[in-house]
Design a protein around this ligand. Structure first.
Ligand SMILES: *Cc1c(COP(=O)(O)O)cnc(C)c1O
Length: 401
């Protein structure tokens, strides 16, 4: 498959009447053309059926989230019982930590990357506080070696040798949002487990970008959003993975609501809570169907293309871009050079006049992401980003002076 093979299935935002060079799929994925049809279908069902849409719609609302489960599970390498679409990402991180961050006086620390997305940092700090710990003591940051931008496993090893028995939880970005570094999820999980630590991943920048095998890698839990590489629309729903070793264990405590209750008796409105086995047992509320409809349109394309094919198509574009800037006096790529340590994103540290360069590329129809003080993030989202986009981007950067 070549990168951009599904481009005609997407709306490409225009700039000055021409297609933009859209390199921002890591931030907000583009709209699949089928979204309108699928969302309209739900609106029509609601208009024509009212409450009966729960059971009578072509895609009935009661089980609507189930239509997405197998596609979502394939993307992360989970079993269907291990994955469910629900809520938003940060909300899900908290729900998962309610179950999997169970600190005691001896083992209470949470390890996170130093460059983690702010929401994740706020989430872990507040969890530690909720349990009565001081975040300055309870949160350990896994930082890159001095002068480098990406973390190394040796650094994690050192932390574990010193504090491994005090750490309760890892919460790590599968692909770091800032550097684009794709972590060695399997090895990190093994390292954590060897010290008795529960290991969770935030896959916001990994889902739909890289192929994973969460079940085989024995990851304890993960959460991700669907509006980045997964093209499901601004603020659309997130999803979670809970390994069956926990999901099928009904003694694992969880915050509960009626949507996590046994489907057969859910509407009996009985008092006794009877949780569903698997990730579905972590649902609280009945989900909003309109964004799920948008997600269905997007995940169909991932099913057609296959995540492994998409990942290798992206690799070519990313290598082209990496090589193009290898000798640049203006740009230092901070994403790892090793192809197994990156996905579709490259983070470009601009050595001088960064904001001016960003304004220059913007004036030339490039839509990319600016991070203060000096980083431009670009992403190739291989459903719709073409090699021509990558080539045009390099030419535009080279024309900057
Ligand atoms: C995008 C992103 C978020 C955003 O969280 P929401 O709850 O969806 O607003 C959180 N964490 C990471 C790592 C992200 O990349």
């Amino acid at each position: 498959m070549i990168s951009g093979a599904y481009r005609d299935q997407f709306h490409i935002p225009p700039v000055n009447g021409k297609d933009s060079i859209y390199l921002c799929g890591n931030s907000l994925g583009l709209q699949p053309k089928k979204v309108k049809e699928y969302v309209t279908e739900v609106l029509d069902d609601w208009a024509m059926l009212g409450v009966e849409g729960h059971t009578q719609a072509k895609y009935p609302w009661l089980p609507y989230h189930e239509f997405l489960t197998s596609s979502m599970a394939r993307l992360v390498g989970g079993k269907e019982s291990e994955v469910v679409t629900m809520n938003s990402l940060t909300v899900n991180l908290h729900l998962l930590m309610a179950s999997f961050y169970r600190p005691n006086k001896k083992r209470y620390k949470i390890l996170i990357e130093s460059d983690a997305f702010p929401s994740d940092k706020y989430a872990v700090a507040s969890q530690a506080k909720m349990h009565g710990f001081d975040e300055r003591d309870a949160i350990i940051e896994w930082a890159p070696p001095p002068g480098e931008h990406c973390v190394r496993l040796e650094g994690l090893k050192e932390i574990l040798e010193q504090q491994g028995e005090e750490i309760a939880l890892f919460l790590i970005g599968g692909v770091n949002y800032y550097t684009g570094q794709y972590m060695d999820i399997k090895t990190i999980t093994e390292m954590g487990h060897a010290h008795g630590i529960t290991v969770g991943f935030d896959l916001a920048h990994a889902a739909g970008n890289v192929a994973m095998k969460l079940h085989d890698w024995k990851v304890d839990f993960a959460a991700w959003c669907s509006y980045k590489y997964l093209n499901s629309g601004p603020g659309s729903l997130g999803a979670i993975f809970i390994h069956d070793k926990h999901g099928q264990d009904m003694s694992v405590p969880r915050l509960s609501g009626w949507w996590g209750h046994n489907k057969v008796t859910r509407f009996g409105m009985r008092d006794a809570y009877d949780p569903l086995p698997g990730a579905e047992g972590w649902q609280l509320s009945n989900p909003p169907i309109l964004p799920l409809a948008a997600m269905r349109a997007s995940l169909e394309l991932f099913d057609q293309a296959g995540i492994e094919n998409l990942q290798s198509a992206a690799k070519e574009n990313v290598k082209f871009l990496y090589d193009a800037f290898a000798d640049s006096k203006l740009i230092k790529v901070i994403t790892p050079e090793n192809p197994t340590e990156r996905g579709g994103q490259l983070s470009l540290l601009v050595l001088h006049d960064g904001k001016k360069l960003y304004d220059h590329i913007t004036a030339h129809r490039v839509i990319a992401d600016w991070r203060e003080p000096d980083v431009i993030r670009i992403a190739t989202a291989p459903l719709y980003t073409t090699m021509q986009d990558a080539e045009a981007f390099v030419r535009i950067v080279e024309s900057f002076r």
